[in-house]
Write a protein that binds this ligand. Structure first.
Ligand SMILES: Cc1cc2nc3c(=O)[nH]c(=O)nc-3n(C[C@H](O)[C@H](O)[C@H](O)COP(=O)(O)O)c2cc1C
Length: 488
């Protein structure tokens, strides 16, 4: 396998070429999304593998809304944990998704370890003539969003969506904001844009409204390199920090940007497509419903921001992507996990690391050093109240692998006493898509202390059978590994 295909990738195309090279893409000649074949196939692939082991799917042509699109559409491009290591320049070990993900986490941790800050390389502006996202320019009557395969993923969705785009806004004081929000295609020149309340993008638009502005310039970019997309889909860049600068820092090279045709927003120059326009700040429109990340259909929104499209530019033969939300993982998560680890390590000496499994949203698994029950619960309670996805926070000893669901469930089943070792929090901010919530964006939480000393008892905790074996024969597993190499 060639090292040349390792990341960090400078573009979406380079990334797809690498997935192809490593045999991580399955090609499907033709699929009929008018009968939801692509969605059902994605469910089947994930049913038969694990979310983090499933290949990416590449549909060479797709039928949607009665049209046959010759443009390619890809799905599950950020699903596998192996993709995380590839994108950071590490050769994945075959058959070891957890290890590959941990290698990605270590690489990102090393990247920020000097001063605990994300390194920033500011983007550089290039001329439009050098920008591949401008190979084709559509203005005026030539603009028609319905000419591209933005698909409807679920029969009960409100329509077709762009759900793998990055929405770029600009504020005179705060600079640029890039966020991934689902965008519903309303007609050939109108798109609904859905930053939830209090997202940075939402705050940017509210600031403009408060200043009395009538419209906000906006660009949606499709098909960024994987690291930029991870920054767009996460809070690694804090309010007012530039996602592109941090992405450049991780990639090790400045991201090239170019000015839009119809406003002065700068966008990554080598993306597949740029949709430019403006958002009216004095009007809103209904949006949805949409099959959300929890795997359930969300509510229709009565009031949502939308944009009027003023230009589309794209590469020749652009490649589109669809998330298949609620079925596949949405972006690379190693940088996000490291950013959260950094945040909670700063706050609590005894916090060792966390993981929230996207295949079962709502859980957060936390490794904690061996500390008193009270200290562990204080950490769990803080995470539970400050991290919206952590509805069920499970505290675990350092010997439990938080990236291994089986290990975690085994620890909960064997080390946790529900009555003495839990805390229920009545109300805390939650994710708006949680179908169990009784009030949008608010919900109750539970902290489960599944640590050996979490049951608050003077009784000594039993040794594991495996521990006894290793105590008696410290070299046993090394011996078995070398003696039965072929079998193992
Ligand atoms: C594929 C994908 C789809 C997402 N869809 C939405 C969405 O529709 N609305 C939303 O508020 N956040 C959504 N998110 C989460 C945001 O992208 C994330 O919270 C990000 O921090 C928002 O950017 P901002 O903090 O700059 O506003 C999505 C994330 C991913 C990876």
């Amino acid at each position: 396998m060639s090292q040349n295909y390792l990341g960090p990738y400078k573009s979406f195309r380079d990334y797809l070429d690498a997935l192809e090279h490593f045999g991580l893409i399955e090609h499907i000649d033709s699929i009929n999304q008018d009968e939801y074949e692509a969605t059902a196939l994605m469910y089947r692939i994930i049913d038969n593998t694990k979310v983090y082991e499933a290949p990416a799917l590449f549909f060479d042509e797709i039928r949607s809304k009665g049209k046959l699109f010759k443009h390619s559409l890809v799905g599950n491009i950020y699903g596998r944990w192996d993709f995380e290591s590839l994108a950071l320049g590490i050769m994945p070990i075959e058959g070891s998704p957890q290890k590959n993900y941990k290698h990605a986490l270590n690489k990102i941790t090393d990247h920020i370890k000097d001063n605990n800050e994300w390194r920033v390389i500011d983007p550089i502006e290039i001329q439009p003539s050098e920008a591949s996202c401008k190979e084709v320019k559509l203005l005026g009557d030539d603009i028609d969003l319905l000419n591209f395969p933005f698909i409807q993923t679920n029969p009960e969705d409100g329509g077709c969506y762009i759900n793998m785009g990055s929405v770029i806004l600009k504020d005179p004081d705060l600079g640029r904001n890039i966020g991934t929000y689902r965008c519903q295609i309303k007609n050939s020149k109108k798109i609904s844009i859905n930053p939830q309340v209090n997202q940075d993008g939402w705050k940017f638009l509210k600031r403009m409204q408060e200043r009395g502005e009538k419209r906000a310039a906006v660009a949606i970019v499709l098909g960024t390199d994987p690291i930029t997309f991870s920054m767009s889909g996460s809070k690694v860049a804090k309010y007012g920090e530039d996602e592109l600068g941090i992405a450049g820092g991780i990639i090790g090279e400045a991201i090239k940007v170019v000015k839009c045709e119809t406003n002065d927003i700068l966008v990554p120059a080598n993306v597949e497509m740029v949709i430019e326009g403006s958002i009216p700040l004095d009007r809103m429109e209904e949006e949805g419903p949409f099959g959300e990340m929890y795997g359930y259909i969300g509510e229709k929104k009565e009031e949502n921001f939308y944009m009027d499209v003023s230009a589309i530019t794209h590469r020749n033969n652009p490649i589109f992507s669809n998330q298949f939300t609620g079925i596949t993982r949405g972006c690379l998560t190693a940088p996000i996990e490291v950013a959260l680890n950094q945040k909670y390590k700063k706050k609590f000496n005894d916090f060792l690391g966390l993981h929230y499994p996207l295949e079962t949203p709502g859980f957060c698994f936390v490794n904690i050093a061996s500390v008193s029950f009270e200290k562990a619960m204080a950490i769990g309670s803080d995470i539970s109240k400050s991290l919206k996805i952590a509805k069920i926070t499970v505290l675990l000893d350092s010997d439990v692998d938080i990236h291994n669901l089986h290990d975690v469930l085994h620890a909960v089943g064997s080390r946790w006493q529900p009555y003495t070792s839990s805390e229920i929090i009545e109300k805390a901010p939650g994710l708006s898509g949680d179908p169990s919530s009784t009030e949008r964006g608010i919900g109750s939480r539970i902290v489960i202390n599944a640590m050996k000393n979490g049951r608050q008892s003077d009784l000594e905790f039993a040794k594991t059978n495996r521990e006894c074996l290793e105590n008696a024969f410290p070299e046993i597993f090394d011996r078995i590994d070398s003696k039965f190499k072929d079998l193992i």
